[in-house]
Design a protein around this ligand. Structure first.
Ligand code: CP
Ligand code: NVA
Length: 301
């Protein structure tokens, strides 16, 4: 049974197959499909979501299946039923579980106890579904991954952790510029390097962005970090993707942001809404990759 807790749960071959299937499904969108007929997906959310929730739900609908949005506080989980009992009971009704959680332990425990595939829809440690969409977007604009230079500017957070592993699997060179104290998880840095990632960690955004094919950023205050907001806004000053930083990248560099964005903080409105930004394609691709992921996880390909 396939769980997706980390992007590194996929081999290079599985990742390529998933992206190929995603492209096919993207082309075929609008045709009637029933690959997931009679299949149901439970979607547990401890945190808010726009893209993840809607794209998973639409993916299930368009493939002939059904998705159930389960707000954590509306479940008995919120009244201290155990994660394990929840996983075992849900496994008697449905065919896969996605969960967006504060603590990665929660999604790991769901996977340990469930008899169906469990997909991490964002935890404090990783956001693998986001990376699937990012990789499809990069492949659409740049072709092959090998040799591409990608720069991450800002917080070494959950998305950045998954990016390190994705870069390792696909052979992209990755440079990360974060303020001191906000570097990505050291264990995941080591894991990415062991997987062969050409990884540089710096405190200089210009150094990271120089010669980049792809610039990527995310919010300075992730869900769960709200109590640190004031300090973070101070600490991240200078780590914004703006027109000047973009000039250090290659002239055909594309700009990614997983969204939601805060114009004027991690990125200027001019860049986010500018000609090099591909953030709407990136957001759309969540739908196509998750269709492919669900078909693979539910063994319907
Ligand atoms: N990028 C992303 O996961 O967006 P949502 O928080 O809206 O799901
Ligand atoms: N790093 C952000 C990603 C949101 C999609 C967060 O965890 O809030």
């Amino acid at each position: 049974m396939m769980h997706l807790l980390s992007i590194s749960d996929l081999t290079h071959k599985e990742l390529q197959e998933l992206l190929d299937l995603s492209s096919e499904l993207k082309e075929q969108r609008g045709q009637e499909m029933d690959a997931l007929r009679n299949m149901s997906l439970a979607m547990i959310f401890e945190k808010p979501s726009t893209r993840t929730r809607v794209s998973f739900e639409v993916a299930m609908t368009e493939l002939g299946g059904h998705a159930l949005y389960l707000n954590y506080d509306d479940l008995q989980l919120g009244r201290s039923e155990t994660i394990c009992d929840t996983a075992r009971v849900l496994s008697r009704y449905i065919h896969a579980i996605t969960a967006r959680v504060y603590s990665h332990e929660t999604v790991s425990e769901l996977a340990r106890c469930a008899d169906v595939p469990v997909i991490n829809a964002l935890s404090d440690v990783e956001h693998p579904c986001q990376l699937l969409a990012d990789l499809l977007t990069i492949r659409e604009y740049k072709g092959d991954f090998k040799g591409l230079r990608i720069a991450w500017i800002g917080d070494g957070n959950n998305v950045c952790n998954s990016l390190m592993l994705a870069a390792a699997i696909t052979g992209m060179t990755l440079s990360i510029a974060s303020p001191a104290g906000y570097e990505p998880d050291p264990d995941i840095q080591s894991q990415a390097r062991e997987l062969g990632c050409d990884l540089t960690i710096t405190h200089d955004p210009v150094e990271a962005a120089s010669g980049a094919d792809v610039l990527y950023t995310d919010v300075w205050v992730s869900m769960g970090d709200e109590t640190e907001e004031e300090k973070r806004l101070r600490d991240f000053a200078g780590f914004q993707i703006d027109g000047n930083l973009l000039c250090h990248a290659k002239s055909d560099c594309i700009v990614l942001h997983c969204l939601p964005a805060h114009r004027g903080q991690e990125i200027t409105g001019e860049v986010l809404d500018g000609t090099q930004s591909v953030v709407l394609d990136q957001a759309e691709n969540r739908l196509h990759v998750q269709k492919a992921l669900l078909m693979m996880a539910m063994e319907r390909i």
